[in-house]
Write a protein that binds this ligand. Structure first.
Ligand code: SAM
Length: 286
């Protein structure tokens, strides 16, 4: 079944009484070149297992299943059950779990469904309304996955893959860089979806190292510093950091300088190494 063919999709949807839900971010891929690229660039190959978030009619699920040994897909919309039973009938290595990804314990899911795999990758065309929470969940909970290859709104992709120390970066850039190595893969225009969204998209890949990229002695403190530093992206960090951490301005100013950061620094000037050094300096004082 050609799942990027508009006629085929409309036919299978109408036979099963399925209509798009805007609230669930249901924009399905109809550009035939995109899903094979996500699967290939996402590291799907023999010996690997893939986790997909949001199957839609199964257009990406099928490409993952053709390359990986096993696919576990989490889909919130149970109305897709009869649709997927039809569209993925030829594949016996796909298991669909109906539920909300934000409420799913991924480590437990992996342990239950694919415990024998060392190489597990996440590939998805994410619903836009939960892009950041899903990515942060995948990173923070540290399930045993190697990489996350996802389609997101172009602006989100630019922010997630921005170089630290540039105007494009934000708190989420620092968080993503803490846990992974982000990379922009390719752009996808809005005409590649049905229905077409009002925005363009991009596919990014986050590689997750076995050992953390940065060593901080107090992760909670590190993320408090990140959030406070980027709270007002164009303003100097001294004031917001001082009030968020309860450290007098003068004392904090000395610490910044000792860490090689200007007293007048703005978030867009900070590198990961600066944030780590600052965290260690503040942790040492506590
Ligand atoms: N993979 C399909 C494709 O590329 O055509 C569908 C992608 S569509 C952008 C997003 C999918 O995520 C939809 O099938 C939607 O029902 C599902 N979804 C939305 N919210 C979800 C959630 N919280 N947990 C799991 N799936 C969700």
């Amino acid at each position: 079944m050609e799942l990027t063919n508009i006629g085929t999709i409309k036919d299978v949807m109408s036979r099963n009484g399925f209509t798009f839900s805007k609230a669930l971010g249901q924009n399905f891929l109809i550009n035939p070149s995109v899903c094979p690229r996500i699967a290939e660039m996402g590291g799907c190959k023999s010996g690997t297992a893939a986790i997909e978030i949001g199957t839609g009619v199964g257009v990406l699920t099928k490409e993952l299943a053709e390359r990986c040994d096993k696919v576990i897909a989490v889909e919130i919309d149970e109305r897709l059950k009869p649709v997927l039973a039809e569209t993925l009938a030829d594949h016996d290595n796909i298991e669909i779990v109906f539920g909300d990804i934000l409420k799913t314990d991924l480590s437990a899911l992996i342990k239950e469904k694919i415990p024998e795999y060392d190489e597990i990758v996440v590939c998805a065309n994410l619903p836009y309304y939960i892009t950041s929470p899903v990515i942060m969940k995948l990173l923070e909970e540290r399930p045993p996955i190697r990489s996350i290859t996802v389609m997101v709104q172009k602006e989100a992709a630019d922010r997630l893959c921005a170089e630290m120390g540039t105007r494009e970066c934000g708190a989420v850039t620092a968080a993503v860089n803490y846990y992974s190595k982000p990379q922009m893969l390719f752009r996808v225009n809005r005409g590649s979806f049905m229905p077409a969204p009002n925005v363009d998209s991009a596919v990014i890949r986050l590689d997750i190292p076995e050992q953390p990229r940065y060593n901080v002695s107090d992760e909670k403190l590190f993320f408090r510093i990140v959030r406070a530093s980027f709270a007002q992206r164009r303003k100097q960090i001294l004031n917001p950091l001082s009030s968020a951490l309860g450290i007098p301005k003068q004392e904090l100013a000395v610490m910044l300088v000792k860490c090689g950061i200007k007293q007048t620094a703005r978030p867009e000037e900070l590198k990961m190494e600066d944030l780590v050094a600052l965290c260690e300096a503040i942790a040492g004082k506590k």
